[in-house]
Design a protein around this ligand. Structure first.
Ligand code: GTP
Ligand code: MG
Length: 322
């Protein structure tokens, strides 16, 4: 059964034994956070794994996998999960006229404003196909369509991720360990550097691409996910602080999806920290209460015991990240 993050959070906050006034202030703040909507645009060429990625990261199988869109009726598809809204957008490469129309659709969506007059799209996730040698149309899309329309102070709204890392050099994927071997690792690192360079040279914008595997069922064969924790972590960091909490209630709750990553960082821990920041920021709480909320977010040894009922949030994250 799906666990509810807000419920866990409220339970722990009540258990902190705060003064009535502080408690109600916090709970009111959580109510406001619950009302936040997070809009993510997922962009990438046909078959790069947009649907697979959406399905792996989030809670419901929302997007059909392996179905080719009809170039004639190519539109931006909208999926709504609770307060998370995903815009699934095919890439370019279907001929000049179709591309032009399609680029215009993307731009219209990118410049759309929400009811507060802020950009509707909080984050653009651009997915590149790691098994493909030709990334020309993807750079066209990133450099000439997306980045120029992100708005001056919002260049950090884009995240570039290379999917199908396992297919970049299939013989160099270690299927037992579910990770790239040293040769493939080096190859993927080079790929990241060259993507970064091509975008920087063309637009002046710094991006930090990562590689991963959405992992998926294909012909009945289960392919395992890799670096999804890193992908989610980077997405959260590129998302406005007050909206980061939205991920908590919508991420895939099957632990096996999140097991394998490059272990450069404890991404699960980092995700918890960023979501904690989302809860405390703008809550108008003092340092002591911020710290108390911090303790209800940690899976490791709990630094300082606050109250007695510490545990629902910890349980929520441990159930997912182990
Ligand atoms: N080897 C490998 N295959 C993958 C990975 N992710 C997705 N695939 C496969 O790639 C194919 C296309 O994936 P989709 O998720 O449908 O791609 P898409 O970008 O949504 O495609 P369109 O909606 O048609 O534009 C499917 O057969 C997936 O199983 C991965 O990490 N590794
Ligand atoms: Mg799709």
């Amino acid at each position: 059964m799906k666990k509810d993050f807000y419920e866990a959070l409220e339970q722990d906050i009540v258990g902190l034994g705060l003064a009535e006034e502080e408690k109600s202030k916090l709970l009111k703040h959580i109510m406001q956070l619950k009302a936040q909507k997070l809009n993510i645009m997922v962009v990438g060429g046909t078959g790069c794994g947009k649907s697979s990625t959406i399905n792996a990261l989030f809670d419901a199988p929302v997007a059909k996998v392996g179905e080719r869109p009809d170039p004639e009726t190519m539109t931006i598809e909208k999926y709504e999960l609770d307060n998370l809204i995903l815009w699934d957008t095919p890439g370019l490469g279907d001929g000049k006229e179709a591309d032009k129309k399609h680029a215009k659709n993307i731009i219209d969506k990118l410049v759309e404003k929400d009811s507060d007059g802020k950009a509707l799209i909080d984050l653009v996730l651009v997915i590149l196909d790691g098994s493909s040698r030709d990334m020309g149309t993807s750079f066209e899309l990133i450099n000439n369509v997306i980045i120029p329309n992100l708005g001056e102070e919002q260049k950090e709204r884009i995240l570039v991720a290379i999917n199908k890392a396992d297919m970049a050099k299939p013989r160099h994927w270690d299927y037992n360990k579910n990770e790239p071997d040293e040769i493939l690792k080096e190859f993927l690192e080079e790929k990241i550097k060259s993507v970064k360079k091509r975008i920087k040279e063309s637009t002046g914008v710094d991006v930090n691409p990562i590689y991963y595997c959405a992992g998926d069922m294909d012909d009945g064969e289960q392919r395992k996910a890799y670096n999804l924790t890193k992908l989610l972590c980077w997405m959260i960091k590129a998302t406005p602080t007050e909206k980061r909490i939205v991920y908590a209630n919508n991420m895939n709750q099957q632990p096996e999806i999140w097991v394998d990553d490059d272990e450069i960082m404890d991404y699960g821990q980092e995700i918890r920290k960023d979501i904690w920041g989302s809860v405390t920021e703008g809550a108008g709480v003092g340092g002591a209460i911020g710290e108390a909320i911090g303790t209800i977010f940690h899976c490791g040894p709990i630094g300082r015991a606050v109250g007695t009922a510490v545990g629902a949030v910890v349980g929520f994250f441990c159930g997912i990240f182990g």
